[in-house]
Structure formats: C-alpha cells, structure tokens
Design a protein around this ligand. Structure first.
Ligand SMILES: Cc1ncc(C[n+]2csc(CCOP(=O)(O)OP(=O)(O)O)c2C)c(N)n1
Length: 286
C-alpha cells in the first residue's frame, strides 16, 4: 500500500477518534456516526473514481468525504458550526454537499437520487458514474429496490457500494436480512462482487474492470465485508468484544505505520485546535 493511501486511512481514523473525544468532553452537539474500522473502503473506492463522478454518502459519511477531499478542517468546522464549514454549519455530520458529493442521514434516500443522477450522466456525460454508499441495514428500505430496478432496466452507470459491517445500529444483519445481498442484486440481474479483504491495492485491481463496465452502462453492487470497530453513534455499542471483528490496522505489515499514524494524529490535533478557536459560522445571518 502506498503511503498516501495509508496516510488517508489513518487521517480518517484520527479524525473519527477526535470526534468521539470531543463528544466525551461535551464539546460537540448533535450526533455523529464514526467509520472506525471501515476507513479503507472509501479510500479504495475513491481511487477508482474521477472527481467528475458523483458520490452519494450516508449517515456514516465522514470517511467518504475525507477520502474524496483532503479537508478535515472543513468537515470539523461543519460539525462544530465554525467558520470555514463546508456547508456553513447547516448540514452538520450527516448532510454535506460539495461539488459532486452529497450525503444524507435518511437511509434509502440516496439510491433513487443516485439513479436519477446516473441517468443524467448517461445522457449528458457518458463515461461518468454515480457511486452510492449504503449499509447492509439499508436493504430494509423499499426505495433501494425501486432504484435497483430502474438502474438495471435502464442500464444506468450506478455503482452501489455496500458496507456490510454485520450490524444496523444494534440489530445484527442475521436478524434482519433474509437471503443475501448477492441474491437481491441477482433478482434484478445486477452484477455483484464480494470484497472480503482490506488491501486497498488488491481491491482496486479487482474492482477496476467492474467499475469500467459500470461506466459503459449497467449497475453493479459491490459488497464489502467490513467491521464497525466503534459504537453505532457515540456510546451505544452492546456487542461483546469478540463480536466486533478484526481491525485492518492490526493486520497491516507496514514499516511506516507508526510514523504515519503519529503524523495523522498530530495533524488532526492541530486541526481540532484551529477549528475550536474559530468563531461560530455566520450562516444564521445569511
Ligand atoms: C429512514 C431512516 N430510518 C431510520 C434511521 C435511523 N438509523 C440511522 S443509521 C441506522 C442503521 C443503519 O444501518 P446500516 O444501513 O447497516 O448502516 P451502518 O450504520 O451499519 O453503517 C438507523 C436505523 C435513519 N437514519 N433513516
């Protein structure tokens, strides 16, 4: 893995840890859902995307944003409602819009929108795609199937990235999902790929032909088997330690890991100090 990818993953992790720390100290309002353990997914996927592709994110979206934009300052300012916020502090943790990136905290809301954007891209910018990240629990939303149906029927350039972390809030996937995600994609004749490892380079090699095919028209569902190492939100984790899964960080053989991790943590410390010293965002007066 190249240092740039590893640094990005470690930056995302440091960012998420800092959020939990700030919450613990009563310095953040609202809610937040961290992607601890899942950082490699958007870093791998972003390497297959072009800035002109659209990305649709969800409630657990900080890693999606930070993999696309090297902008922890703008995101933390957004979450804290400070000057320099990427959406003037109006969107907070879950509702971010920047260029061709859009997130929503409403499960199942993004996929129909992404399908519509994919239709637009197919008509006006052939070769571009729309990529939507959803969790396994979001397969409980009917809008997902409406979107998959039309994406398959109209051969839309829609890449659905499923982060299957085995749990939806506090409900294990095994208790809420009949059959398989692969079977559900197959019902619409949609290509499905299962990604079980966390090696960013191997993931990209594997998914490059599939992504190229999506660009030519026709959706795909890529299901990452991943692990949510933290709570659903802040402190609501009822799982026993052995049920949480393996951290990619502990499996990584990189002589530079500790040095890069220290750099990432120092960077995020400085970002937090900078953002907390800023005045509140002035969105209310606009
Ligand atoms: C329409 C809707 N219903 C309920 C919620 C509350 N909620 C937020 S996240 C979540 C679980 C999501 O599980 P999953 O899709 O597997 O994603 P994960 O949190 O595991 O990343 C729920 C029920 C919501 N945000 N939107």
């Amino acid at each position: 893995m190249i240092d740039a990818d590893l640094s990005r993953m470690l930056m995302i992790r440091a960012f998420e840890r800092k959020l939990l720390d700030l919450f613990g100290r009563g310095l953040l309002n609202g809610t937040t859902h961290t992607c601890l353990g899942q950082e490699y997914v958007p870093v791998a996927v972003e390497g297959l995307l072009d800035p002109a592709d659209h990305v649709f994110s969800n409630h657990r979206g900080h890693g999606h944003y930070l993999a696309r934009f090297d902008d922890p300052e703008g995101l933390l300012a957004e979450i804290m409602g400070r000057e320099g916020a990427v959406c003037s502090g109006v969107g907070g943790s879950q509702h971010i819009r920047r260029d061709r990136y859009l997130s929503t905290g409403v499960q199942g809301e993004s996929l129909p929108v992404a399908a519509g954007v994919a239709l637009h891209l197919k008509r006006t910018e052939p070769g571009r795609l729309a990529c939507a990240y959803i969790g396994d629990g979001t397969f409980g939303e009917g809008s997902v199937y409406e979107a998959l149906n039309l994406a398959a029927l109209w051969r839309l350039p829609l890449l659905v990235v499923v982060e299957n972390n085995g749990i939806a809030q506090s409900t294990p996937t095994s208790a809420n999902l009949a059959g398989t995600i692969e079977g559900r994609a197959a019902a619409f004749g949609i290509t499905h790929a299962l990604v079980e490892g966390a090696d960013v380079d191997a993931i990209r090699d594997r998914l490059a032909p599939l992504t190229a095919a999506v660009r030519q028209g026709g959706p795909a569902v890529v299901e990452f088997v991943t692990h949510r190492l933290g709570p659903h939100s802040k402190g609501d984790d009822t799982r026993p330690a052995h049920a949480i899964g393996v951290d990619w960080r502990d499996k990584l053989l990189s002589p530079r890991l500790e040095a890069l991790e220290a750099e990432a943590e120092a960077r995020i410390e400085a970002v937090a100090a900078d953002v907390m010293a800023r005045p509140l965002s002035r969105w209310e007066t606009r």
